[in-house]
Design a protein around this ligand. Sequence first.
Ligand SMILES: [Zn+2]
Length: 217
Amino acid sequence: MRLCASFTIPNHPLVLNILDLFNKLISRGFTIFFCWVPSHVGIVGNEQADRPANSAVAPMDMTIPVVDLKKHVKMLLYSNWQEQWDLETNNKRQSVKLLVQHWPSLTSRKADTLLTRLRIGHTRFTHLHLLFGEEPPMCSLCICHMSVRHMLSECANFNARRLQFFQAPSVSLPCLLDKTPHDNLFPFLKSIKFFFNDLISGFTLLYAFYHVPPPLF
Ligand SMILES: [Zn+2]
């Protein structure tokens, strides 16, 4: 009914057929009234009216608009993708992104690159050693390998900064790196000297100074 009454040009085959039939009847002098009939349980003749109505919407040999087909295929693909993703319980990225869905980009290219690297847990700081065959960076306080999770959520070195920016000494990764990242994520990273500018080479660079005590106060 909405599509038939719409001022925009319809492209659904069923609507086009209805409008074509409507115009033909009008040109022959018929007067057609459209009316929305709500569910009329208890009204005499309801069953009789429902039977032909249901048969009309039974599977018909008619074309399907491409836009409807695309939407259906997309939903099906996302559903299958989600089922596979749900099984990836050992994948550390699942804890950051539970639902398979599009996440918008940030307007700043550099900030968006940094955010993506944090989400996948692969930053230059934590993984650059692989390129040079060196030892992975260690947290001198906790005596463990440095990781994005350790830096953002766990390391006691930054408890005071987390309290300052997130009002808690420990924050979960989804809280920081969700579809809409935490407002204080970048101020926090800057405060712990986790910069991401390498203007000389033109590459985005994660650079942290874990070998010196962070300026917590
Ligand atoms: Zn640590």
